[in-house]
Design a protein around this ligand. Structure first.
Ligand code: THU
Length: 139
């Protein structure tokens, strides 16, 4: 099977798993549950949910949790980010998460919305954060 087909299969399987993961979101204050998956450049999947906090700004987005899981697992390159909301709406990553994704995004990284457990809207990540500040600026 080609690399592309394998990636598509991983994406479909991961999207199908996200609705169940929403149940683990800790969205006590907003009741807006989000589940995210980061697929790294080796096709490994790293999951996350939003984790809110009584001190509101201390809460974390699902994408942030998933990126932390990816780095903890030893990966450094994001191929795709899948995002599912409990509302089933298409949700794009917030500004702060775009910056966090940018740190590790591959040149062809994609943001994939998940609705009803299936991939729907797809955007190239760098179209969402052009002309950004990143690791290269510090080299
Ligand atoms: N949230 C995410 O986890 N990811 C997004 O892409 C958008 C927003 C969370 C943060 C907060 O816990 C809740 O959704 C409402 O903003």
């Amino acid at each position: 099977m080609s690399v592309d087909n394998t990636t598509t299969m991983i994406e479909a399987e991961t999207a199908a798993a996200l609705p169940a993961l929403l149940a683990r979101s800790y969205a006590r204050y907003s009741n807006f549950t989000v589940a995210a998956a980061v697929i790294d450049d080796e096709g490994r999947v790293h999951l996350g949910v939003n984790v809110e906090n009584a001190a509101y700004p201390s809460g974390t987005c699902a994408e942030q949790t998933a990126i932390g899981a990816m780095v903890t697992a030893g990966s450094r390159r994001i191929a795709r980010v899948l995002i599912a909301a409990g509302s089933n709406a298409v949700v794009q990553p917030c500004g702060a998460c775009r910056q966090r994704i940018a740190e590790f995004a591959a040149d062809d990284c994609e943001i994939v919305s998940v609705q009803d457990g299936a991939p729907t809207t797809r955007k190239t990540f760098w179209s969402l954060l052009p002309d950004s500040f990143g690791p290269r600026d510090l080299d």
